[in-house]
Unconditional design. Structure first.
Length: 115
C-alpha cells in the first residue's frame, strides 16, 4: 500500500494545520492507522505515536497532543486526516502516516511552528 502525506507547512504558534494521508487502496476500514513524528530528545531512530484510529473507528492520542489534535478518516476517499489546532513550537517535526497492520509508511510531511 502506498501512503502519501500532504498538508504540512509553516505556521505561528496557536495556528492550525490539517494533514492528509492518501492511500492507494481502501485500507482504513480494516487496518489500524497512525500518525507518527520523530522523537526530539534524544533524537533516535524511533518515532512517536501521535494519534491512532483503529479499524473500528476508535481513537487514541498521545498526552502531548490530546485536546489539540483530531484524527479522522474518510473511507470513501481512502484518506486519513490529522487536524492540528493550537500548535506549539514543540510540535515542529516531520509527520508520517502509517498502516500499523501492514507496516507501510508514507514519506513524511514537514510541520514548522514558530513562536
Amino acid at each position: 500500500v502506498q501512503l502519501v502525506e500532504s498538508g504540512g507547512g509553516s505556521v505561528q504558534a496557536g495556528g492550525s494545520l490539517r494533514l492528509s494521508c492518501a492511500a492507494s487502496e481502501n485500507i482504513f476500514s480494516r487496518n489500524d492507522m497512525g500518525w507518527y513524528r520523530e522523537y526530539r530528545r534524544p533524537p533516535t531512530q524511533e518515532r512517536e505515536l501521535v494519534a491512532l484510529i483503529r479499524s473500528d473507528g476508535s481513537t487514541y492520542y498521545a498526552d502531548s497532543v490530546k485536546g489539540r489534535f483530531t484524527i479522522s478518516r474518510d473511507i470513501a476517499k481512502n484518506t486519513m486526516y490529522l487536524q492540528m489546532n493550537n500548535l506549539k513550537p514543540e510540535d515542529t517535526n516531520i509527520y508520517y502516516c502509517a498502516s500499523m497492520d501492514t507496516g507501510d509508511w508514507g514519506q513524511g510531511t514537514h510541520v514548522t511552528v514558530s513562536s
